[in-house]
Design a protein around this ligand. Structure first.
Ligand SMILES: Nc1nc2c(ncn2[C@@H]2O[C@H](COP(=O)(O)OP(=O)(O)OP(=O)(O)O)[C@@H](O)[C@H]2O)c(=O)[nH]1
Ligand SMILES: [Mg+2]
Length: 1388
């Protein structure tokens, strides 16, 4: 039976003869359905391209027209835009014909909307409303921007009215007129005429945007007249069909006698219908006109020529003009086919000539080339320029460098090391932005190059894997630009470092610290300087406490050889861990010099008496140390060059005088060292008796040596910081009773610092900015705690960490200064309790150094503020100074039920309205849980952070329990459950009354994005942790399964699922869930499209289209001799041109965001339609043009023998037959198969007898090319569609299939080396080709091809004429061909 996949009707190739059920010769191309065509060409192809940073939250309200006009005349907030969508022809309510007013203040964007609707709506009534609005607008000085979206047919009346009104108006600054997207028709030329005439009179409008317009010579003339006369218009954007002749007229005003010198921004977005090449675009000739202007004009600063069909030649003329032009700053050449030659021309103008050391153009600041094609060669050109360039600020290559590899990206990144001008680098969509090396290089670069503020990595593999969050966090810091303040200031080697002592309770940390400090005092006796506010034996303050357990963190400072070392002794007891990560610097590579000491008690008491000890088991040691190593790794941002240093110390060595402890400890430490190699640098380990000065001496020496070397390596600190440190220490000595310093005192200290005094500009604001920058730098270095917005800072970390936070977090009632517990079970406490804690922190002990010390200048309110800033607590009623506070970190332990994973869940809004609601669940989990985890403090801080966001929302009903949050927000109910640091999963269950698009968007904005960002933020988050996003099985959410039941296999990673869909090449892919614990029968599946949600689905579609486009390029490009010679070079021109993107035009029509939903939906429909069209077309295309894809040896091309080979394992039934993807010589055999080569659809022949192939060394070598060619073909078929691949898809496992399709994930990497990449171009040496050819011909010689393979040799008869095309096809295709007279049999 012929298994031609093309038979299936859904391929769109309907069989013309049902008896034969064979496909009719198919048309090679299919037209897009008209709707798709319209939509495709108008809408913005990818929403996220234009999406900039988080917009303000939006609110809508619908109003009646009088309400709107009132607001227009008397706006409650600033009016951003007035938007009139006038299209009386459209009657349906869903079409959003409306008038809306966008208002904004600092916090919100508000939209007042009036809809044209109702039964008695007529053209006149619509018109009347518009006239009314226009009249009101003209009278309202508050409106500075108007957008008109209109029907292209009837709207010139409205435009005329508006223009007449604007004759006298002087307040409107920006006018945009667009024709309604849905008609995809240019504005009536009358409209343009009115507008042009208006500009002869109006002198207020500075910016004009018109779209879509047809600029014929007449229209060009009208606009040119306006440009000649008008002297106020500064920005002109034309979304237009315009050719070079019209452009010549339009640009005339810029030359001649009195040239226009007011226009600063000129933008053309070329428009062309799909398929119409070059039509309506200015092309290279147009570029020449523009170049002429650039040579003379001196006002133009921004020039955008998007989608104008300008190629390298046109760019060359522009670049030439840039050599003389001295005003242009921005050049945008997006959507043009300019390639690397074009790029080279532009880059040349700003590349320093090594001979003369001169950079030709120094005014030019921004290069924007999006959605073009810049091959790998572009990387070195750009890197070369960036190394020396001193002016370029922005380089935007979104979706233009998709095929760069990590190597290319690294080249560009390395070139930026010393660049101080570039601020924006956009590599969105670049496939080479992938892997930890790139991530770490970017992170390190952002530290050493603080001038970089934005690095676009969206749509790259790095972002898909969730690694972009921490990059963005670092970018946010860079954007604060505090280093700018220090520009030009001198730097010195830092002289202060921090040492963190970690380890489980009773490990001996405190003992070690004390012994160390004591010996420090002894040794430096005369010049003794122990700067400690922690009382020596302060453990006595907490009377009755078991032994000497540390509470909170104790901080002590010693000075040794002029190096100041502060020792941070972290409490081992778990109740304090939540606080620890706030003080641990996650900026190890930022140059805060620090080092970790990890202590471990080597002994285990034996028996009851406790006098006998045995050695701790190595597994226990491993377990103990691992926790703290993960703690350190989780709190440290990834880096390539500066990993945190850890020294391991085993204490209690005195108990085993006769054992070689070094030998015993070596193995567990070494094991951990290797495991953590990527994230932590375990430098050494020691064994000692922590109580003995003599015993710790070598340890201490080694530590000090290490610290000195760290200080040498970390980036230098600014003079100002180090000088201020001295001043601050003096201040602290004078005020030993003040743990806080007021901001005013701090600025006073700053004003005495010589390095700051020397700087230029002494006005108060600048001085204040500088003080802030210094404070921030010192905060990062751990010298003090500083937060923007507080009027004080903590200068005594011990006081805050130990005496205050330690006490607050301690659950030990003997510590409490109150009768009742300080914090109740719900984490709630009253403000006055804090006062008691504060009072108790007055030092009452007998320490001679600090006798009579009392803490002054602190009020409880300061404490609350500080804790709120640290996300340690939230106020029950924010802003109310008497309100109680909640400290989630102090929530009492899990209930038994919850601890078992059986916390019962219920929706906050109760049992109402059941099934019609959407139920969606997500899981965020820690990517590498062996090395990192969400530390104990993370979830409590997240609880605070989310609460702060919803504190203003009235119906949020935010409630927390230990490891749990529930709240309601804008129609969505959220249940968030955290399952503790072991597995590190945050489950987010949502029930929503909103539709899918809105639900997804809301969850993303309110929880997912926030959590990711929070996790990546320094100090508050766990920067070392990468959160990956998974989708939860909807049933878990619908039925509110308890945590225990929501096992690992009830969730699927977003990226994993996307890959599965892509690998299946089916848009209706269904994911089958593994059975849950209690389920017995039935497989439950959900459609991937529904599981992934709209935005993810759009990504899937786009990526699928990308791969189809790549195939299209390969299949349909004609090989030239040039191509042939470059075939194997990595810069092969066979890499696809992103024609799809170029073929489309961008509509940047600013639509009110209520439309975004429809836009997204229509984009999704369009994309799927596009996919379908491609799928239908590519299969026959590939079948016809196999030779474009694979370079068969000549004789095989000539069809001497059938040559589409694949190998199988053989097998009894069809189902057990597997495709052979690897071949190693051996004494076994494989089955040899051939495919039907019919030009309408190649396919495998089911039940083919096939040949036997013995796998001896020689055969394997000769058959290898055939196997790979076959695999390449199958891989291409698989990528086209499931249907095209026919029976092949059943012969592969999912993993094999994914690899064959070129989707290799990092985890498979080692194995993948064996896998040749069959998605790329295959190449063999001439000898190999010859051998392969000989082998096949020889092999087939003795075979009965018809009997074994079911193939017959035919020649195609085109128009009845005998052509030269011969092929080997199956019997069904033969019969069909003979019947239709399209083939003729040939003797075999
Ligand atoms: N024999 C012996 N005893 C030690 C050694 N190190 C610590 N100890 C004793 O172990 C007990 C606990 O030591 P600490 O230093 O308080 O322990 P810690 O690590 O600070 O504990 P937390 O603060 O609760 O995390 C003390 O009684 C110390 O005297 C050692 O090397 N040998
Ligand atoms: Mg301690």
């Amino acid at each position: 039976m012929c298994n031609s996949p093309a038979i299936n009707g859904s391929m769109g190739l309907s069989p013309s003869d049902s008896n034969l059920s064979l496909p009719a010769p198919s048309p090679t191309t299919l037209a897009l359905p008209p709707k798709a065509q319209n939509a495709l060409s108008m809408y913005n192809p990818m929403s996220f391209i234009e999406k900039e940073d988080a917009p303000k939250p939006q609110k809508y309200s619908e109003v009646d027209i009088d309400g709107l006009i009132r607001a227009l005349k008397n706006p409650p907030e600033q009016i951003v835009d007035l938007y009139i969508h006038y299209c009386p022809r459209i009657k349906s309510d869903t079409d959003n014909c409306s008038v809306s007013l966008t208002l904004a203040d600092h916090n919100f964007v508000r939209r007042l909307l009036y809809r044209f609707e109702g039964p008695d709506r007529t053209q006149e009534s619509d018109h009347k409303v518009c006239s009314k609005v226009i009249n009101a607008l003209v009278a309202s000085p508050a409106v500075s921007s108007v957008t008109l979206e209109i029907d292209y047919v009837q709207s010139d009346v409205i435009v005329a009215e508006l223009c007449t009104a604007l004759h006298t108006n002087r307040t409107l600054k920006k006018l945009s007129v667009y024709s309604d997207n849905r008609f995809q028709q240019a504005l009536n030329s009358e409209c343009v005429k009115h507008i042009a005439e208006m500009f002869l009179v109006n002198t207020g409008v500075q910016e004009l945007q018109l779209g879509l317009i047809d600029i014929n010579l007449q229209v060009a003339d009208n606009l040119a007249l306006a440009l000649r006369r008008n002297r106020s218009l500064q920005g002109l954007t034309l979304y237009a069909r315009i050719d070079s002749d019209a452009l010549a007229i339009l640009t005339k005003p810029f030359s001649g006698q009195e040239p226009n010198q007011t226009l600063q921004k000129f933008e053309i977005k070329g428009f062309k219908c799909l398929g119409a090449r070059g039509d309506g675009q200015i092309g290279n000739k147009g570029a020449e006109h523009i170049a002429t202007i650039l040579c003379r004009n001196s006002s133009l600063k921004e020039l955008a020529l998007k989608n104008c069909m300008i190629d390298s030649l046109g760019v060359q003329t522009l670049a030439l003009a840039l050599l003389t032009n001295k005003s242009l700053e921005v050049l945008d050449l997006s959507y043009n086919p300019l390639d690397v030659d074009g790029l080279k021309e532009i880059v040349k103008t700003i590349t320093m000539d090594p001979a003369t050391q001169i950079q030709p153009n120094t005014t030019f600041r921004e290069i924007i080339i999006r959605h073009s094609f810049i091959s790998r060669a572009g990387a070195s050109i750009l890197a070369n320029m960036l190394k020396t360039n001193k002016t370029l600020e922005r380089l935007d290559l979104q979706f233009s460098v998709r095929l760069w590899t990590p190597k290319d990206v690294l080249m560009v990144l390395h070139s930026l090391k010393n660049n101080q001008s570039l601020r924006f680098l956009d590599l969105r969509g670049c496939e080479g932005v992938d892997g930890p090396k790139i991530r770490d290089t970017i992170l390190d670069l952002l530290v050493s190059n603080p001038w970089l503020e934005q690095v676009g990595v969206e749509g790259t593999p790095l972002a898909r894997k969730g690694h972009d969050a921490v990059i963005k966090a670092q970018l946010r810091r860079n954007a604060e630009k505090y280093s700018e303040v220090f520009k030009g200031m001198g730097t010195v080697t830092p002289t202060a470092a921090r040492v963190f002592l970690c380890g489980i309770p009773f490990a001996g940390k405190t003992t070690f610290r004390k012994t160390m400090v004591y010996s420090n005092i002894k040794r430096t006796s005369s010049s003794m300087r122990v700067k400690t506010s922690a009382a020596f034996e302060n453990s006595k303050i907490f009377k009755g406490r078991k032994e000497s357990q540390t509470i909170g963190i104790e901080v002590q400072v010693i000075v040794e050889d002029n190096v100041q070392i502060s020792i941070w002794d972290l409490a081992g007891h778990e109740e304090f861990h939540a606080f620890h990560d706030l003080v641990v610097p996650n900026l190890s590579s930022q140059g805060s010099a620090c080092s970790f000491v990890l202590l471990c008690d080597i002994s285990v008491p034996q028996g009851k008496g406790g006098s006998k000890f045995e050695l701790k088991d190595v597994n226990v040691i491993d377990h103990e140390l691992r926790y703290w190593l993960r703690f350190i790794a989780s709190n440290t941002r990834q880096s390539l060059h500066m990993l945190p240093n850890v020294t391991v110390i085993f204490t209690h060595s005195d108990k085993f005088p006769k054992i070689d402890l070094i030998a015993y400890c070596k193995q567990p430490v070494e094991k951990l060292r290797v495991q953590f190699l990527r994230v932590i640098n375990i430098t050494e380990f020691h064994v000692c008796d922590a109580r003995s000065r003599k015993s710790i001496e070598p340890v201490q020496k080694a530590m000090q040596k290490r610290i000195v070397s760290i200080l040498d390596r970390v980036p230098k600190v600014f003079d100002a910081c180090s000088q201020l440190q001295i001043k601050l220490n003096e201040w602290k000595n004078q005020h030993p009773d003040k743990p806080l310093i007021k901001w005013s005192d701090f600025t006073l200290l700053c004003s005495k610092v010589p390095a700051l005094k020397r700087l230029q500009g002494q006005d108060a604001d600048i001085a204040n900015e500088r003080a802030k920058a210094v404070a921030r730098a010192m905060h990062d270095a751990g010298e003090l705690l500083y937060f923007d917005g507080l009027d004080f800072m903590v200068v005594d970390p011990n006081w805050f960490c130990h005496e205050i936070m330690g006490r607050i977090l301690s659950l030990d009632s003997s510590l409490l200064v109150l009768k009742q517990p300080l914090i109740d079970q719900k984490g709630y406490t009253k403000r006055e309790h804090l006062k008691k804690v504060l009072e108790a922190s007055f030092c009452k002990n007998k320490n001679p150094l600090f006798k009579g010390r009392k803490v002054r200048g602190v009020i409880p309110e300061d404490l609350v503020q500080l804790m709120v800033k640290l996300n340690l607590c939230f106020e029950v009623n924010p802003g109310d100074k008497t309100s109680g506070i909640v400290i989630p970190a102090a929530l009492s332990n899990l209930s038994e039920e919850a601890a078992r994973g059986e916390r019962r869940l219920s929706w906050p809004l109760g049992h109402n309205h059941g099934d019609e609601l959407l139920h969606i669940g997500w899981r965020l989990k820690c990517e590498d849980s062996d090395l990192t985890f969400l530390t104990l403090g993370f979830f409590p801080r997240l609880q605070v952070f989310l609460q702060k966001r919803f504190s203003g929302v009235s119906d949020a009903s935010y409630a927390i329990e230990k490891n749990f949050i529930s709240f309601v927000f804008s129609g969505l109910e959220f249940l968030i459950e955290y399952n503790g640091p072991e597995d590190c999963q945050i489950d987010i269950l949502v029930r929503s009354s909103k539709d899918t698009v809105e639900t997804w968007a809301t969850v993303e904005d309110t929880v997912l994005k926030i959590t990711r960002e929070f996790c990546a933020s320094p100090t508050e988050g766990c920067q070392g942790v990468v959160l990956i996003e998974e989708i939860m099985r909807p049933q878990c959410v619908r039925e509110l399964w308890v945590r225990k039941k929501r096992t690992k296999d009830q969730c699927i990673g977003v990226e994993v699922l996307k890959q599965k869909v892509l690998a299946s090449a089916r848009l209706d892919y269904e994911y089958i869930w593994k059975k849950s614990m209690e389920e017995s029968q039935g497989l439950k599946a959900d459609r991937a499209e529904e599981l992934l949600g709209p935005e993810n689905w759009e990504d899937v579609l786009n990526r699928y289209l990308d791969s189809l486009e790549k195939i299209d390029f390969e299949v349909n490009s004609k090989k030239s001799s040039y191509d042939m010679s470059n075939m194997n070079s990595p810069l092969s021109p066979l890499t696809p041109q992103p024609s799809r993107r170029i073929g489309r035009t961008v509509s940047l029509l600013p639509r009110p965001s209520e439309m975004t939903r429809q836009l997204l939906e229509s984009r999704l429909t369009d994309r799927s339609m596009e996919v379908e069209v491609y799928q239908k077309r590519l299969f026959p295309d590939l079948s016809r043009n196999i030779d474009n894809v694979i370079d068969f040896p000549f004789l095989l091309q000539d069809a001497k023998v059938p040559h589409l080979v694949y190998l199988s394992t053989g097998g009894d039934s069809v189902n057990s037959e597997r495709l052979v993807t690897k071949l190693t010589p051996g004494s076994y055999s494989r089955k040899f198969h051939l495919m039907c080569e019919h030009r309408d659809g190649i396919h495998m022949i089911e039940h083919q007898v096939g040949g036997i192939m013995r796998c001896d060394e020689k055969s394997v070598r000769s058959v290898r090319p055939h196997m790979l060619w076959g695999l390449k073909l199958i891989s291409t078929l698989l990528r086209i569609s499931e249907l095209a691949a026919g029976g092949f898809s059943n012969m592969l496992t999912e993993a094999e299939r994914m690899r064959l399709m070129g989707m290799v994930t990092d985890d498979d990497a080692p194995d993948s080396i064996e896998w040749p990449d069959v998605t790329g171009r295959l190449s063999f040496t001439p000898e190999e080709m010859m051998a392969a050819e000989d082998w096949l011909i020889h092999y087939m010689k003795s075979k009965n091809i018809a009997a074994l393979f079911g193939l017959y040799k035919v020649v195609y008869l085109d128009d009845g004429m005998e052509s030269k095309h011969t092929a080997w096809i199956c019997d069904k295709h033969v019969k069909y061909g003979l019947h239709h007279g399209t083939v003729q049999m040939l003797p075999m």
